[in-house]
Design a protein around this ligand. Structure first.
Ligand SMILES: Nc1ncnc2c1ncn2[C@@H]1O[C@H](COP(=O)(O)OP(=O)(O)OP(=O)(O)O)[C@@H](O)[C@H]1O
Ligand SMILES: O=c1[nH]c(=O)c2[nH+]cn([C@@H]3O[C@H](COP(=O)(O)O)[C@@H](O)[C@H]3O)c2[nH]1
Ligand SMILES: NC(=O)CC[C@H](N)C(=O)O
Ligand SMILES: [Mg+2]
Length: 533
């Protein structure tokens, strides 16, 4: 990255807390609470990040929780160089165990009981004003949420106890002289009601970070950053799906570089009913973004013919997206020749927002339009890469994008193909489309669209028998799925009104030829996932 571009990156213009992620399900909540509630900018990187690779100096470091046990052979550990950086450190759960284990591996051991749930924390008066800073203003007791098995069994040398619970003698620790702190409980969870005060004490009081993170400033800075990054001549091709992420990214890009930005929607043959037309209209007419729709429907469906395996389907779709974008990049370059816009297409815009960065197992190949292959001579630009979905929505509202678009449920890049179990063909796409359209229309008509985070209909691979109008039918099973989630990492099934479900079922069976039954998927995530494949 060019020096001036890096200089504009948010971690260089805002005081930044660095969160090193050990893979906890709640790491991102630390980040969100710091940004949205404490208004301190925070960035999350994998726990394995080497300090030498950092291009900025954080004001402080937080080590998150995580599923591993510090004493396991393959457990992840931080780069010890963080202790030489001279900035304050806060370890949370696994992070706290990591601090203790580094001093002496005998400090941490498996507990006798798993402690999941509420705990009453007693706050101790530290020996000096320094050790008292983390819990300043909190009084003598507080409620906290615990989720651990391992625990500190000895007080690490040089530390003192600043909090304890019935099960955890060392629920809070502070180094006697250095600004290093650890807590066994999770201040980032809502179940730790005063947790935000602890995070504030750490970030603002102890690290001295300015609480000045504002979405408006971020937008202004992003526009400047993009202009620097792209320069005066280069062109940018953008993958725009009509989803909130890519629409917001496209609007930002257009504000930054005008018509050197080329928005492309690929019709992958597995979009929803009338989706391409609607997206084109919304972007052109309401947002003034000139969108080209590339029709790849036949190509995608022909490559998916005979393919059953979910990961294979995802990979084929990803690769086909890339092929088409590559073609488009060449076309744009050619068409711009001899115009004032002439210039190389150097950048590829994707609207991806934050996903999990810790050491977790790959459950699915989440591709957006696929990993960028070497052959694609384009550099990736992802202006939303540090934002969460709700932050992208706030961003979209600031940019003046219509509420309906900003609040749209996400729709995955591989589209209906991962909702049509097994082989995808034109007939089953038509069935899935029709059923999905009824489901979403009824949800909207009932006024509950915003109550759920995502809803769709999947189609089974096998068929079931039914009776319609006295005749035997043999058709697919429509699987309705609707979930509520904040972060898409975990989700709960939406608690439907039964009469509404029945109405939807009746309509789908009556109106969609090829469907014999309707079921509602009530699996949570985990152990399920949101999409079927
Ligand atoms: N059919 C498509 N045509 C062009 N680009 C696409 C298409 N589908 C997905 N993409 C690209 O993949 C990215 C990731 O998809 P993703 O679904 O996560 O985001 P989104 O579609 O912008 O928003 P949302 O998450 O709300 O659906 C998009 O931002 C876009 O860049
Ligand atoms: O752009 C995308 N490309 C993909 O390959 C993909 N797979 C899943 N999703 C979306 O991610 C969220 C979590 O989905 P899962 O629980 O199924 O993993 C849900 O919102 C899914 O819709 C995808 N989005
Ligand atoms: N939530 C956590 O960070 C758990 C840490 C560790 N795996 C334990 O069980 O104690
Ligand atoms: Mg999408």
């Amino acid at each position: 990255m060019a020096a001036n571009v890096e200089a504009e990156a948010p971690h260089n213009t805002f005081d930044t807390i660095l969160l090193l992620d050990f893979g906890s399900q709640t790491s991102h909540l630390i980040l969100r609470r710091l940004r949205n509630e404490a208004r301190v900018y925070c960035e999350m990187l994998p726990c394995t990040t080497k300090l030498a690779e950092l291009t900025f100096k954080p004001k402080g470091i937080i080590l998150s929780g995580g599923p591993a046990s510090v004493y396991d052979k393959d457990a992840p550990h931080v780069d010890p160089a963080i202790f030489d950086l001279g900035v304050p450190i806060l370890g949370i759960c696994y992070g706290c165990q990591e601090l203790a284990w580094r001093i002496d591996s005998a400090n941490v051991a498996g507990g006798k009981i798993r402690e999941y749930g509420h705990a009453d924390v007693t706050i101790h008066n530290g020996a000096n004003s320094h050790t008292n800073r983390l819990f300043a203003g909190l009084g003598e007791t507080m409620h906290a949420y615990m989720s651990h098995f391992d625990k500190l069994v000895k007080l690490p040398e040089g530390f003192e106890v600043i909090a304890s619970t019935q099960n955890s003698e060392y629920a809070g620790i502070a180094h006697q002289t250095k600004p290093i702190y650890g807590v066994q409980f999770h201040p980032e969870l809502e179940h730790t009601p005063r947790g935000i005060e602890i995070l504030r004490n750490f970030a603002i009081e102890i690290c001295g970070a300015q609480p000045n993170w504002e979405m408006k400033d971020f937008i202004k800075k992003e526009i400047v950053r993009i202009r620097h990054l792209v320069g005066d001549r280069a062109q940018v091709i953008g993958a725009v799906s009509g989803g909130v992420d890519s629409t917001v990214a496209a609007k930002l890009m257009q504000e930054a570089i005008g018509d050197r930005f080329h928005a492309i929607l690929v019709n992958n043959g597995v979009m929803r009913l009338n989706e391409c037309e609607q997206v084109k209209e919304t972007l052109d007419e309401h947002l003034g973004i000139n969108l080209t729709v590339v029709d790849g429907a036949e190509l995608f469906l022909s490559r998916l013919k005979g393919v059953n395996e979910p990961e294979k389907k995802r990979k084929i779709i990803g690769a086909t997206f890339i092929d088409l974008f590559q073609q488009e990049a060449l076309r744009i370059e050619k068409e711009a020749e001899n115009t004032p816009n002439a210039g190389p297409v150097e950048w590829f815009l994707q609207g991806t927002s934050v996903s999990y960065k810790g050491p977790s197992a790959t459950i699915k190949t989440h591709h957006n339009v696929g990993g960028l292959p070497e052959t694609l001579k384009l550099k990736l630009i992802e202006p939303l890469r540090e934002l969460f979905k709700d932050e992208v929505r706030e961003f979209g509202r600031e940019l003046g994008i219509h509420r309906d678009l900003v609040m749209r449920h996400p729709f995955p890049g591989p589209g209906l193909a991962i909702r049509i179990l097994g082989e995808v063909d034109a007939e089953r796409v038509a069935i899935a489309r029709a059923a999905d359209h009824i489901f979403i229309s009824e949800i909207r008509a009932a006024g509950v669209y915003d109550e759920m985070s995502q809803a769709y209909v999947a189609i089974s691979k096998d068929r079931a028998v039914g009776v319609q109008g006295d005749a035997r039918v043999y058709g697919y099973i429509a699987i309705l799925r609707a979930v509520k989630t904040l972060d898409f990492m975990s989700a709960e099934p939406y608690n439907f009104d039964f009469a509404l479900l029945k109405k939807i079922s009746t309509r789908i069976v009556n109106e969609v030829e090829g469907i014999a039954r309707v079921t509602y998927d009530i699996t949570s995530k985990p152990p399920g996932t949101i999409e079927m494949e």
